[in-house]
Design a protein around this ligand. Structure first.
Ligand code: ADP
Ligand code: ADP
Length: 230
Protein backbone atom coordinates (compact mmCIF):
# COMPACT_ATOMS: atom_id res chain seq x y z
CA UNK A 1 0.00 0.00 0.00
CA UNK A 2 1.34 3.40 -1.02
CA UNK A 3 2.19 5.81 1.79
CA UNK A 4 4.21 8.40 -0.17
CA UNK A 5 3.31 9.17 -3.76
CA UNK A 6 4.91 11.88 -5.90
CA UNK A 7 3.24 12.47 -9.24
CA UNK A 8 5.16 14.80 -11.57
CA UNK A 9 6.27 17.09 -8.76
CA UNK A 10 8.23 20.20 -9.74
CA UNK A 11 9.79 22.74 -7.45
CA UNK A 12 11.41 26.08 -8.21
CA UNK A 13 13.48 28.27 -5.92
CA UNK A 14 12.89 31.51 -7.80
CA UNK A 15 14.01 30.68 -11.34
CA UNK A 16 16.02 27.66 -10.22
CA UNK A 17 14.36 24.35 -11.13
CA UNK A 18 15.21 22.21 -8.08
CA UNK A 19 12.87 19.22 -8.60
CA UNK A 20 11.97 18.09 -12.09
CA UNK A 21 8.94 15.88 -12.73
CA UNK A 22 9.52 13.72 -9.68
CA UNK A 23 7.60 10.45 -9.77
CA UNK A 24 8.23 8.35 -6.70
CA UNK A 25 6.10 5.84 -4.86
CA UNK A 26 6.99 4.42 -1.47
CA UNK A 27 4.93 1.61 0.01
CA UNK A 28 4.22 1.17 3.69
CA UNK A 29 7.19 -0.48 5.41
CA UNK A 30 9.63 0.22 2.61
CA UNK A 31 13.11 1.60 3.29
CA UNK A 32 14.31 3.89 0.53
CA UNK A 33 17.80 5.39 0.43
CA UNK A 34 18.29 8.57 -1.61
CA UNK A 35 21.76 9.27 -2.96
CA UNK A 36 23.23 11.77 -5.40
CA UNK A 37 25.74 14.58 -5.72
CA UNK A 38 25.71 17.62 -3.46
CA UNK A 39 23.18 20.18 -4.66
CA UNK A 40 21.20 17.65 -6.72
CA UNK A 41 17.97 18.14 -4.74
CA UNK A 42 18.01 15.28 -2.20
CA UNK A 43 17.29 17.49 0.78
CA UNK A 44 14.61 19.41 -1.10
CA UNK A 45 12.99 16.13 -2.12
CA UNK A 46 12.84 14.73 1.39
CA UNK A 47 11.71 18.04 2.91
CA UNK A 48 8.70 18.20 0.60
CA UNK A 49 7.44 14.95 2.17
CA UNK A 50 6.56 16.64 5.47
CA UNK A 51 5.76 20.01 3.98
CA UNK A 52 8.98 21.76 5.10
CA UNK A 53 9.31 22.75 1.43
CA UNK A 54 6.35 23.49 -0.77
CA UNK A 55 6.37 22.61 -4.46
CA UNK A 56 5.31 24.37 -7.63
CA UNK A 57 3.31 21.77 -9.56
CA UNK A 58 2.30 18.12 -9.52
CA UNK A 59 0.74 16.05 -6.80
CA UNK A 60 2.12 14.59 -3.58
CA UNK A 61 0.09 12.39 -1.27
CA UNK A 62 1.55 11.32 2.09
CA UNK A 63 -0.36 8.97 4.37
CA UNK A 64 -3.56 9.85 2.52
CA UNK A 65 -3.00 13.61 2.81
CA UNK A 66 -2.83 15.59 -0.42
CA UNK A 67 -0.03 18.16 -0.06
CA UNK A 68 -1.05 19.96 -3.23
CA UNK A 69 -4.27 20.90 -1.45
CA UNK A 70 -3.67 24.14 0.45
CA UNK A 71 -6.27 23.06 3.02
CA UNK A 72 -4.20 20.06 4.13
CA UNK A 73 -3.20 20.48 7.77
CA UNK A 74 0.60 20.41 7.87
CA UNK A 75 0.67 19.99 11.65
CA UNK A 76 -1.34 16.82 11.38
CA UNK A 77 0.93 15.63 8.55
CA UNK A 78 4.01 16.25 10.68
CA UNK A 79 2.60 14.07 13.42
CA UNK A 80 2.62 11.21 10.90
CA UNK A 81 6.05 12.01 9.48
CA UNK A 82 9.05 12.22 11.82
CA UNK A 83 12.25 13.82 10.66
CA UNK A 84 15.85 13.55 11.78
CA UNK A 85 18.28 16.20 10.55
CA UNK A 86 22.03 16.44 10.19
CA UNK A 87 22.07 18.74 13.22
CA UNK A 88 20.10 17.44 16.14
CA UNK A 89 18.05 20.47 17.26
CA UNK A 90 17.71 19.22 20.84
CA UNK A 91 16.59 21.46 23.70
CA UNK A 92 19.87 22.17 25.45
CA UNK A 93 18.39 23.11 28.81
CA UNK A 94 16.26 19.96 29.07
CA UNK A 95 17.32 16.46 29.98
CA UNK A 96 17.40 13.63 27.48
CA UNK A 97 14.18 12.19 28.89
CA UNK A 98 12.42 15.57 28.79
CA UNK A 99 13.55 16.08 25.20
CA UNK A 100 11.84 12.82 24.24
CA UNK A 101 8.68 13.42 26.30
CA UNK A 102 8.03 17.03 25.30
CA UNK A 103 6.30 16.80 21.93
CA UNK A 104 3.98 13.89 22.81
CA UNK A 105 2.95 15.80 25.95
CA UNK A 106 2.34 19.11 24.20
CA UNK A 107 1.11 17.97 20.81
CA UNK A 108 -0.59 14.64 21.52
CA UNK A 109 -1.59 15.40 25.14
CA UNK A 110 -0.39 11.89 25.92
CA UNK A 111 -0.96 10.77 29.49
CA UNK A 112 2.17 11.47 31.55
CA UNK A 113 2.74 7.92 32.81
CA UNK A 114 2.24 6.40 29.37
CA UNK A 115 4.41 9.12 27.85
CA UNK A 116 7.27 8.24 30.17
CA UNK A 117 6.93 4.52 29.46
CA UNK A 118 7.01 5.12 25.71
CA UNK A 119 9.96 7.51 26.00
CA UNK A 120 11.90 4.99 28.12
CA UNK A 121 11.20 2.24 25.60
CA UNK A 122 12.61 4.27 22.73
CA UNK A 123 15.57 5.46 24.80
CA UNK A 124 16.28 1.79 25.45
CA UNK A 125 16.01 1.05 21.72
CA UNK A 126 18.65 3.69 20.99
CA UNK A 127 20.85 2.50 23.87
CA UNK A 128 20.64 5.59 26.10
CA UNK A 129 18.91 4.32 29.22
CA UNK A 130 21.93 5.40 31.27
CA UNK A 131 21.77 8.98 29.96
CA UNK A 132 18.15 9.93 30.61
CA UNK A 133 19.05 12.61 33.15
CA UNK A 134 21.92 14.08 31.14
CA UNK A 135 21.72 17.35 29.26
CA UNK A 136 22.56 17.33 25.54
CA UNK A 137 25.87 19.17 26.12
CA UNK A 138 27.08 16.18 28.14
CA UNK A 139 26.57 13.84 25.18
CA UNK A 140 28.66 12.98 22.15
CA UNK A 141 27.35 13.83 18.67
CA UNK A 142 26.35 10.22 18.12
CA UNK A 143 24.45 10.12 21.40
CA UNK A 144 22.69 13.39 20.57
CA UNK A 145 21.61 11.99 17.25
CA UNK A 146 20.26 8.88 18.97
CA UNK A 147 18.24 11.13 21.31
CA UNK A 148 16.88 12.93 18.25
CA UNK A 149 15.86 9.57 16.77
CA UNK A 150 14.15 8.48 20.01
CA UNK A 151 12.37 11.83 20.19
CA UNK A 152 11.06 11.41 16.68
CA UNK A 153 9.96 7.81 17.29
CA UNK A 154 8.14 8.79 20.49
CA UNK A 155 5.55 10.58 18.37
CA UNK A 156 4.82 7.15 16.82
CA UNK A 157 5.01 8.41 13.26
CA UNK A 158 4.07 6.34 10.21
CA UNK A 159 7.09 7.52 8.27
CA UNK A 160 10.59 8.54 9.34
CA UNK A 161 12.70 10.86 7.19
CA UNK A 162 16.45 11.07 7.73
CA UNK A 163 18.38 13.90 6.05
CA UNK A 164 22.07 12.98 6.19
CA UNK A 165 21.81 11.82 9.80
CA UNK A 166 25.49 10.88 10.08
CA UNK A 167 27.13 13.62 8.01
CA UNK A 168 27.91 15.86 10.98
CA UNK A 169 29.32 13.06 13.14
CA UNK A 170 32.86 12.01 13.92
CA UNK A 171 33.64 8.77 12.07
CA UNK A 172 33.63 6.65 15.22
CA UNK A 173 30.03 7.67 16.00
CA UNK A 174 28.60 6.89 12.60
CA UNK A 175 28.15 3.16 13.13
CA UNK A 176 26.25 3.67 16.40
CA UNK A 177 23.67 5.81 14.65
CA UNK A 178 23.44 3.55 11.59
CA UNK A 179 23.12 0.59 13.97
CA UNK A 180 20.12 2.21 15.64
CA UNK A 181 18.54 2.93 12.27
CA UNK A 182 19.10 -0.68 11.24
CA UNK A 183 17.48 -1.84 14.48
CA UNK A 184 14.40 0.27 13.72
CA UNK A 185 14.14 -1.44 10.34
CA UNK A 186 14.55 -4.89 11.87
CA UNK A 187 12.17 -4.44 14.82
CA UNK A 188 9.38 -2.25 13.39
CA UNK A 189 7.52 -1.89 10.11
CA UNK A 190 8.53 1.78 9.83
CA UNK A 191 8.56 3.37 6.40
CA UNK A 192 11.87 5.19 6.03
CA UNK A 193 13.34 7.58 3.49
CA UNK A 194 17.02 8.19 4.15
CA UNK A 195 19.36 10.64 2.44
CA UNK A 196 22.83 9.31 3.09
CA UNK A 197 26.25 8.74 1.60
CA UNK A 198 26.63 5.55 3.62
CA UNK A 199 26.62 2.91 0.91
CA UNK A 200 27.08 0.06 3.39
CA UNK A 201 23.82 1.05 5.05
CA UNK A 202 22.08 1.22 1.68
CA UNK A 203 23.35 -2.19 0.72
CA UNK A 204 22.46 -3.89 3.99
CA UNK A 205 19.23 -2.18 4.94
CA UNK A 206 17.51 -0.48 2.00
CA UNK A 207 14.79 -2.03 -0.12
CA UNK A 208 15.41 0.51 -2.84
CA UNK A 209 18.02 3.04 -3.81
CA UNK A 210 16.95 6.22 -5.58
CA UNK A 211 19.65 8.23 -7.34
CA UNK A 212 18.97 11.95 -7.77
CA UNK A 213 20.92 14.12 -10.18
CA UNK A 214 20.18 17.69 -11.25
CA UNK A 215 16.70 17.61 -9.68
CA UNK A 216 15.70 14.38 -11.42
CA UNK A 217 15.36 10.79 -10.32
CA UNK A 218 17.75 9.05 -12.69
CA UNK A 219 17.69 5.58 -11.07
CA UNK A 220 15.17 3.85 -8.83
CA UNK A 221 16.26 0.29 -8.27
CA UNK A 222 15.99 -2.53 -5.79
CA UNK A 223 19.05 -2.16 -3.55
CA UNK A 224 20.66 -5.43 -4.67
CA UNK A 225 20.26 -4.53 -8.34
CA UNK A 226 21.78 -1.09 -7.84
CA UNK A 227 25.10 -2.60 -6.86
CA UNK A 228 25.27 -4.80 -9.93
CA UNK A 229 25.60 -1.80 -12.18
CA UNK A 230 28.93 -1.69 -14.04
P1 ADP B 1 21.23 18.27 -1.85
O1 ADP B 1 20.44 17.89 -0.65
O2 ADP B 1 21.22 17.20 -2.91
O3 ADP B 1 22.61 18.75 -1.54
P2 ADP B 1 19.44 20.53 -1.94
O4 ADP B 1 18.07 19.97 -2.06
O5 ADP B 1 19.89 21.03 -0.61
O6 ADP B 1 20.48 19.49 -2.55
O7 ADP B 1 19.60 21.73 -2.97
C1 ADP B 1 19.31 21.55 -4.34
C2 ADP B 1 19.59 22.84 -5.05
O8 ADP B 1 18.63 23.81 -4.65
C3 ADP B 1 20.96 23.43 -4.75
O9 ADP B 1 21.45 24.00 -5.94
C4 ADP B 1 20.68 24.50 -3.72
O10 ADP B 1 21.60 25.53 -3.76
C5 ADP B 1 19.29 24.96 -4.12
N1 ADP B 1 18.52 25.43 -2.96
C6 ADP B 1 18.23 24.73 -1.84
N2 ADP B 1 17.49 25.47 -1.01
C7 ADP B 1 17.31 26.66 -1.60
C8 ADP B 1 16.63 27.85 -1.23
N3 ADP B 1 15.96 27.95 -0.07
N4 ADP B 1 16.65 28.88 -2.10
C9 ADP B 1 17.30 28.78 -3.27
N5 ADP B 1 17.97 27.68 -3.70
C10 ADP B 1 17.96 26.63 -2.86
P1 ADP C 1 22.27 21.24 4.39
O1 ADP C 1 23.29 20.57 3.49
O2 ADP C 1 22.49 21.03 5.84
O3 ADP C 1 20.85 21.02 3.93
P2 ADP C 1 22.45 23.70 2.96
O4 ADP C 1 23.64 24.60 3.02
O5 ADP C 1 22.19 22.90 1.73
O6 ADP C 1 22.55 22.78 4.26
O7 ADP C 1 21.13 24.55 3.23
C1 ADP C 1 20.91 25.21 4.44
C2 ADP C 1 19.70 26.11 4.26
O8 ADP C 1 19.95 27.08 3.23
C3 ADP C 1 18.44 25.34 3.82
O9 ADP C 1 17.33 25.89 4.46
C4 ADP C 1 18.38 25.57 2.34
O10 ADP C 1 17.04 25.54 1.87
C5 ADP C 1 19.00 26.97 2.20
N1 ADP C 1 19.70 27.12 0.91
C6 ADP C 1 20.52 26.24 0.33
N2 ADP C 1 20.99 26.70 -0.84
C7 ADP C 1 20.44 27.94 -0.99
C8 ADP C 1 20.53 28.95 -1.99
N3 ADP C 1 21.24 28.77 -3.11
N4 ADP C 1 19.85 30.08 -1.80
C9 ADP C 1 19.10 30.26 -0.69
N5 ADP C 1 18.99 29.36 0.28
C10 ADP C 1 19.63 28.20 0.14
Amino acid sequence: MSIINFNKVNKYYGNFHALKDIDLNVNQGEVVVVIGPSGSGKSTLIRTINGLEGFSSGQLVVNGKDLSDKKTDLNSLRRDVGMVFQHFNLYDNKTVLENVMLAPRLVLKRDEKENKEIAMNYLELVGLTSKINSKPRELSGGQKQRVAIARSLAMKPKVMLFDEPTSALDPEMIDDVLGVMKKIVQTTDMTMVVVTHEMGFAREVADRVVFVDDGMIVEDDPAEQFYNHP
